[in-house]
Ligand binder design. Structure first.
Ligand code: ADP
Ligand code: MG
Length: 843
């Protein structure tokens, strides 16, 4: 293979390994083109091959990873067949046209949709041409027959002229069912083609719009008969610019010499001269949709092109947006300095400028957070106005309990307990979230809360996501709260009053538990989903505790609550999120933050190792195991895919067993095991039957194996800091010194930088904040949002916006919590639309 092709091949492979993230080359794959072109010439590669590579790779950075797979595959196939002189076609992957480049003209044309909204620039350009500006028409007319009945924006898409049942069906797969959906179908991103330049001032690499006149145009078949190259020369009086389109021969029929057009794209170089390959273009005589502005790029599906969808939306939005009432009170809009809703919708789909676009996004994102916040505030009020039984125990009793514990509670634990005791005595259902870093000691707080209920004669249920965790909690509760009936120690409960219910609890025992819960002799039950799946009923369930709450769905938490009558609720999470975010997402819950670790907690020594230093990690594990300790080794994947070089659990487990630790029994844990199998593996590790456990991220949840002292994470760059912190929290739970070793995939990759934060701090909140800034909220939210429509525009990492929206929501809420005043009528309607009411539970 020629060196230039060899080079390409290497880059393509690297891209594949990196899952097409366009980082194989620093700055992006298109950065190689200039140098590559001369190499390719030196290698005497056929001209069309060079052009194909340049024009294809030029688009590469702007594509989505899914599209890139096909792009590289096609391109390589083309190169292959070209080398052998074969005739296999090079077909650009379908449906990835960004503008009007690779699709025939759309069926919906501007003639059907008169266009009153022209961008400022277009109008300037048009000023000198005496083209008639089409008269604006009413909304009724634009939607053809005007027959939306009384549906308004709820009318189906087919009321739009040019949308037949076929396209409507295609659009449904994008979730577009009615006119409103179309208004709120926001672009995935934008191509900024708003910079307009004369040809003599173009600079290589910039993205611009050029307006000029076609001087000549031609299409040639390339030697491979399936390939065509359309070339045009554009002149603007200051110079001329070559334009090329690959495999889009119809463009030659649309362009004529003398025709004024505008073209947009990235300025490239070919044979030392500037050119644009595959530019988007518009005739000057029509409104510029694909060029000379910030062009929206929508998510597509098979059967609809970017241009077609863009056209439909653009034409509709300029009318449809005017049909939308701005539900935000003008006081709020002014206070938060927001753009009007109609204008924001228009600008989001067809921005006049970057500033306008920014203001539009701000407005739309504000609304999402604002509505989310109003909804949770209402839910909180619902809770607070419900009535619950009060539970108080004398102070002396409480102090007695504290003194019986094997350790002193931390300040944060005591504070949280005070809050819980106040809630339980308030006469309203407690609805509290304990947010506490891994190891901050949430379980004992839950245990004390349960003992208050149990010692008052009522019942408490404690639900955990896995049976190993439930079992762990069960043993903790027995230790902290219960004495053996034969003992005459002073524990508040005895062992018969606390029970464990799991899916695989023997039926006879389940039956006994059912009876004990129904007649009230059992005071505390700990379990997994079995607590909601089993037909148990309680005589008097008054406290529900949910551990690792993000692991449960809204419905599951609600199902457990429904087994009692307005019970108090305590949910716990080890996922630390910044306060303003917590107040928004968990705004209906009262928040107790446990930000203090029990005294004497040792710092876990954290190191970032390079792949070449892996042996050091293995020797540490060996030496720890020799001292009787245990180690976790985490991998990002279960099994290796094809072409993958990412280390994966299954393969590495086999390798470790055979080559590295042949004398040890190594456990293997991953998400494809059945829940019982997972539990079995975890139990064996907990009981030290396996000194080393190879696992994927499933090991994350709060399992306590105090004997484990090493946490080794492979492919550490693939995990968020908050998650790495959770992994690290699996060790250092006993007395022995513990280690966390992080091995990223590539030595010296810039992204490894962020891993050093792990070595710098042990504070989960700090790491979570960093994570949020770097990676966005990701799975912070779990199923939390399921009562609310998706956030489209807002990113939960924008703390400034969240804070702003929260303040405004609180202000309205203070005035009119249920939005019954006439000026809030529209707002109430919109809120109802967004919150699937009735279904939403609070936790
Ligand atoms: P998490 O908040 O992650 O659920 P746990 O409740 O599992 O943490 O507690 C972690 C460990 O800390 C347990 O072994 C527990 O016994 C211990 N622990 C909890 N509170 C204290 C304390 N105040 N002082 C000392 N050790 C504590
Ligand atoms: Mg826990």
């Amino acid at each position: 293979m020629q060196p230039s092709l060899e080079k390409l091949h290497k880059y393509f492979n690297l891209e594949a390994k990196r899952r097409y993230d366009n980082h194989a080359v620093v700055g992006g794959l298109d950065k190689i083109l200039q140098a590559w072109e001369s190499d390719a010439r030196a290698d005497n590669l056929p001209e069309e091959m060079i052009r194909a590579v340049i024009s294809t790779l030029d688009k590469y950075p702007s594509q989505q990873p899914e599209e890139r797979v096909q792009t590289l595959k096609d391109l390589w196939q083309f190169i292959q067949t070209g080398r052998k002189g074969g005739v296999r076609p090079f077909q650009p992957a379908p449906n990835k046209s960004e503008a009007n480049s690779s699709v025939p003209p759309p069926a919906v044309t501007r003639k059907q949709f008169p266009e009153p909204h022209q961008t400022r620039k277009t109008r300037e350009i048009l000023r000198h041409e005496s083209l008639p500006v089409p008269p604006s028409r009413s909304f009724k007319k634009i939607i053809g027959t005007g027959d939306t009945g009384n549906l308004g924006l709820n009318a189906p898409l087919t009321v739009i002229q040019g949308i037949g049942p076929q396209i409507a069906k295609t659009l449904e797969t994008l979730g577009l069912h009615n006119l409103r959906d179309l208004l709120y179908y926001f672009p995935r991103r934008y191509n900024d083609y708003s910079s307009l330049k004369p040809i003599n001032r173009l600079v290589y690499g910039e993205v611009v719009t050029v307006i000029g006149t076609i001087q000549n145009v031609s299409t040639r078949q390339l030697p491979d008969r399936h390939l065509s190259l359309t070339e045009a020369i554009l002149g603007d009086g200051t110079g001329s610019l070559r334009l090329t389109w690959f495999n889009q021969p119809w463009i030659a029929n649309q362009l004529r010499p003398g025709m004024p057009i505008s073209v947009s794209g990235k300025i490239n170089q070919y044979l030392g001269r500037l050119m644009i390959s595959n530019p988007a273009w518009d005739p000057i005589a029509q409104e510029q949709i694909n060029t000379n502005r910030i062009v929206p790029v929508y998510r597509l599906t098979a059967g609809i092109s970017q241009q077609r969808l863009g056209n439909i939306i653009k034409q509709f939005v300029s009318y449809g947006a005017l049909q939308v009432d701005d539900y935000l009170p003008s006081t709020t809009r002014q206070a938060a300095n927001l753009m009007g809703l109609s204008q924001a919708l228009v600008q989001a789909h067809s921005p006049d400028s970057a500033e306008q676009l920014k203001a539009a996004c701000e407005r739309l994102a504000f609304d999402e957070i604002f509505m989310l916040q109003l909804g949770v505030l209402q839910q909180k009020l619902d809770w607070q106005s419900a009535v619950a039984k009060t539970y108080t125990m004398p102070e002396e009793w409480y102090q007695n309990q504290l003194s019986r514990l094997p350790y002193q509670l931390t300040g944060a634990q005591l504070k949280t307990m005070d809050e819980i005791r106040t809630d339980l005595a308030s006469g309203h259902p407690m609805n509290r979230l304990i947010q506490g870093d891994v190891g901050s000691g949430k379980t004992v707080v839950a245990a004390l809360a349960m003992s208050i209920i149990a010692c008052s004669g009522a019942q408490a249920a404690f639900m955990a996501p896995t049976s190993i965790l439930a079992e762990q909690h069960y043993r903790t509760l027995l230790r902290l709260l219960a004495a053996n009936p034969e003992d005459n120690s002073e524990q508040p409960l005895d062992t018969t009053q606390i029970k464990l219910l799991l899916g695989d609890t023997p039926e006879a025992e389940k039956e006994t538990i059912r009876e004990g819960l129904a007649d009230g002799t059992i005071k505390i039950v700990v379990g997994t989903h079995a607590l909601i799946e089993d037909p148990i009923s309680f005589s008097h369930l008054q406290l529900v505790v949910v551990d690792e709450q993000h692991r449960f769905g809204v419905e599951q938490r609600a199902a457990l609550r429904l087994k009692g009558e307005n019970p108090h609720l305590l949910v716990m999470t080890a996922t630390p999120i910044p306060r303003s975010l917590a107040l928004t997402v968990y705004g209906d819950l009262d928040l107790s933050v446990m930000d203090e670790m029990p005294a004497g907690r040792q710092i876990i020594e954290t190191h970032i190792l390079y792949p070449s230093e892996r042996e050091r990690a293995y020797s540490l594990i060996k030496s720890e195991v020799n001292q009787g300790h245990q180690a976790f080794i985490i991998y990002p994947l279960i099994e290796q895919g094809e072409n993958e070089e990412v280390p994966a659990a299954v393969e590495e487990h086999a390798r470790m067993q055979k080559e590295i630790f042949p004398h040890l029994q190594i456990g293997l844990l991953h998400g494809r095991l059945k829940p019982e199998e997972k539990d079995e593996v975890m139990k064996r590790f907990r009981d030290n039957q396996n000194a080393v456990l190879v696992s994927t991220s499933v090991v994350e949840v709060g399992v306590d194996v105090p004997n484990a002292t090493v946490m080794l994470v492979e492919g550490a760059n693939r995990f968020g800091l908050a998650q790495l912190h959770q992994f690290r929290g699996r060790v250092g739970r006993g007395d022995a010194k513990s280690y966390c070793l992080l091995i990223p995939e590539n030595e010296g990759a810039a992204e490894n930088e962020r891993l050093y934060a792990m070595a710098e701090t042990n504070d989960g909140f700090v790491l979570a904040q960093k994570d949020l800034e770097q990676r966005g909220p990701g799975d912070f939210l779990g199923t939390r949002q399921s009562g609310f429509a998706e956030l489209e525009m807002a990113t939960l990492s924008d703390i400034r916006l969240i804070e702003k929206a929260r303040v405004q929501a609180q202000a309205i809420f203070n005035l009119d919590p249920y939005l019954v005043q006439p000026e809030h009528e529209q707002l109430a309607i919109k809120l109802k639309e967004l919150w699937r009411k009735g279904k939403g539970d609070v936790s």
